[in-house]
Ligand binder design. Sequence first.
Ligand code: CU
Length: 139
Amino acid sequence: MKKVSILFLVLLGILVATVSCAQSQSPEVSPPQEKGSFRVEVSRRGFNKTPGGFRLEVEEGQEVEITFVYGDNDFSQNNPHIIAISEYGIETDVVDENTPEVTLRFTAEAGEVTFVCIKVDCVGHTNLLGGIIVIQSGG
Ligand SMILES: [Cu+2]
């Protein structure tokens, strides 16, 4: 009987230690968004779930950083995307469940550029063809 009680206490101790350890992990903190810095979800539903045109606005000469965040975790299969800005000749690495964040950086030149998914076989591909970056010329 006594052995059983000790075993119970030991198991209880392990359980308490495990729970308090899990709680002490700090939550993920996303860094503050600077001007010209964006986070855009990429999923089969479009950029930020916007299947049509999705716009970002920046100023000419600005250093722009767009982090694309994988948003298909609720889907039954991995759904890799690659985002490209052909006007600047740049593209991301594959963004998928294994690499959930990829970033594009460029210096904005006046005008309008588009960003699209170039992984033509991804699910929802046609929802990822309407990204627009409007670049305002600074007077
Ligand atoms: Cu895609």
